[in-house]
Ligand binder design. Structure first.
Ligand SMILES: NC(=O)c1ccc[n+]([C@@H]2O[C@H](COP(=O)([O-])OP(=O)(O)OC[C@H]3O[C@@H](n4cnc5c(N)ncnc54)[C@H](OP(=O)(O)O)[C@@H]3O)[C@@H](O)[C@H]2O)c1
Length: 304
């Protein structure tokens, strides 16, 4: 018997990777849902326009499709934007999860994504049992969303990740894409050398999610790239893999940047539990970036 899988936020970076992966097997009957009028996959995969923050919309979608698994990749991910537009952030990141939990039928497996920004970055890297203390409003909304699932009667999986990067169709700029575009145009860039974390290839996280579904794992998992580096070192690795001029990159301290939302500095996620229980191997920095490089080369072949 096949499984009905609802993927919300399917037009986003992770959503696209999930959609692609789950659509490869006939065992999964997928429905994609995102806020935008159209799916980035056109009509090739079933799609509904659904704002998860609007109770009636997500409820109707869930009631009609009756998913066995809901994978919620919808979120407001702009950390400084969340600091400024709190109501919007709360609706996208917290109300959405409340709506999903309210609408889902008993027995649904709910998979949700969270972040290292639920931690304060004083003593990372963190394992799954570390005590959260979010610094930013984004981090607070993501912790609140976790708590909704923990307090529910559902079988839930919370997959915490960080510095997600990758390429996709009309995806918002992520850290790696911004660095690549800047260096391509020979722009000088200054990157923080005191924010530490594991850059995570979105394709790896999507595969880990597939494993969670396949072996029906619930609970909290830290799923992130194998290596903890500063943003400055990550950018230098990008320059190396893509053969850009490394001298365009210089270091800066977070305090000098004056970002709207405070960031955890000494962060990072320990992934031993996920790697052993899900039997996955996350990419390190060079391997992840090499995969990305080849994806760009592949895309270029189809560009006219
Ligand atoms: N990106 C990171 O570095 C990072 C790090 C840690 C954790 N995460 C978590 O990983 C998950 C996936 O992130 P991502 O990088 O793939 O994000 P993304 O590229 O920003 O994708 C999120 C998608 O969800 C859509 N969306 C937002 N609000 C929605 C709503 N109310 N209803 C339906 N769709 C909605 C967005 O549409 P619009 O673009 O139109 O808003 C976008 O298409 C999120 O839970 C995020 O918190 C991400």
């Amino acid at each position: 018997m096949s499984k009905n899988i609802l993927i919300t936020g399917s037009n986003g970076l992770l959503g696209q990777k999930l959609a692609f992966l789950f659509s490869q097997s006939d065992y999964y009957k997928i429905l994609l849902a995102s806020k935008q009028p159209k799916s980035v996959f056109g009509k090739s995969l079933p799609y509904q326009t659904v704002d998860t923050g609007v109770k009636q919309e997500i409820t109707r979608c869930i009631r009609e499709f009756a998913p066995d698994v809901i994978i919620n990749a919808a979120a407001m991910t702009d950390v400084d934007g969340c600091e400024e537009h709190r109501e919007k952030a709360y609706t996208a990141n917290v109300t959405s999860v409340e709506n999903i939990v309210t609408a889902a039928k008993a027995g649904t497996h709910i998979i949700h994504f969270s972040t290292d920004y639920i931690f304060d970055g004083k003593n990372g890297p963190y394992d799954e049992s570390a005590i959260p203390n979010p610094l930013s409003y984004y981090g607070k909304t993501k912790l609140a969303s976790e708590n909704i699932l923990r307090g529910s009667n559902f079988d839930y999986s919370i997959l915490r990740t960080m510095v997600l990067y990758g390429t996709g169709m009309n995806v918002k700029t992520n850290f790696a894409l911004w660095v690549i575009r800047s260096l391509e145009e020979n722009k000088t860039i200054r990157l923080v050398n005191d924010q530490l974390g594991n850059p995570t290839l979105a394709d790896d996280l999507a595969y880990a999610t597939l494993r969670v579904v396949e072996i029906e794992r619930s609970g909290i998992y830290h799923i992130a790239g194998r290596e903890i580096v500063s943003r400055f070192d990550f950018a230098r690795a990008i320059a190396e893999v893509f053969a850009f001029d490394e001298s365009l990159i210089s270091p800066i301290a977070t305090a000098e940047l004056k970002q709207k939302a405070p960031r955890p500095l000494n962060s990072g996620l320990l992934t031993l539990k996920a790697e052993s229980e899900l039997d996955i191997k996350m990419s390190g920095v060079k391997k992840g970036l090499t995969t990305l490089y080849h994806q760009f080369e592949f895309e270029k072949k189809f560009d006219t």
